[in-house]
Design a protein around this ligand. Structure first.
Ligand code: NI
Length: 162
């Protein structure tokens, strides 16, 4: 059975606490450690989460401000390449994630049905609605919380082998 908007909103609300709980378990020294050269370190994961919150916060507001908003896809590789040597402190990123979700939740709870029915045009995926928005965002932080936990497990396994 498809999850209802309320189910997805509930998951959406839980996200920041899941991410913060995983982040709190990261051992000293493991924050900027990549499990493999092509994989993200924990600080990069948290920055990715903040970036996605920023992009999606903008998209949400375009749905409010335009009848059929264009939705620009992004090239994750280009973004990752630009940011690869960034200093990425997790505190401001985590604060941003919490604030964005708190504000977006208040917005989402008040959006009229007419706006939920608007069809945006995604540059890669075509028709795209606020329900698609919510489906993408509902478990995004859960996924990355698990990824952080996997990084921690890999970090510990590395120490045992060493
Ligand atoms: Ni992601």
């Amino acid at each position: 059975m498809a999850e209802t908007r309320d189910d997805l909103l509930e998951q959406y609300v839980e996200g920041p606490a899941k991410l913060a709980a995983a982040l709190a378990k990261v051992p000293e020294g493991a924050m900027s450690w990549r499990p493999a050269p092509t994989e993200w370190a924990v600080d990069e994961i948290v920055w990715h989460c903040a970036d996605v919150e920023a992009f999606y916060s903008g998209r949400l507001r375009y749905f409010l401000a335009l009848e059929g908003p264009p939705i620009l896809g992004l090239d994750q590789d280009v973004l990752a390449d630009v940011q690869k040597d960034f200093r990425q402190p997790t505190g401001p990123a985590m604060d941003f994630v919490r604030a964005a979700r708190a504000l977006n939740l208040i917005t989402l709870q008040q959006i009229p049905e007419e706006v939920w029915q608007r069809s945006g045009q995604h540059s890669e995926w075509g028709d795209w609605t606020l329900d698609n928005w919510l489906e993408s965002m509902a478990n995004h932080l859960h996924i990355h919380a698990r990824q952080i936990e996997q990084n921690i497990a890999a970090w510990r396994a590395k120490d045992r082998q060493g």
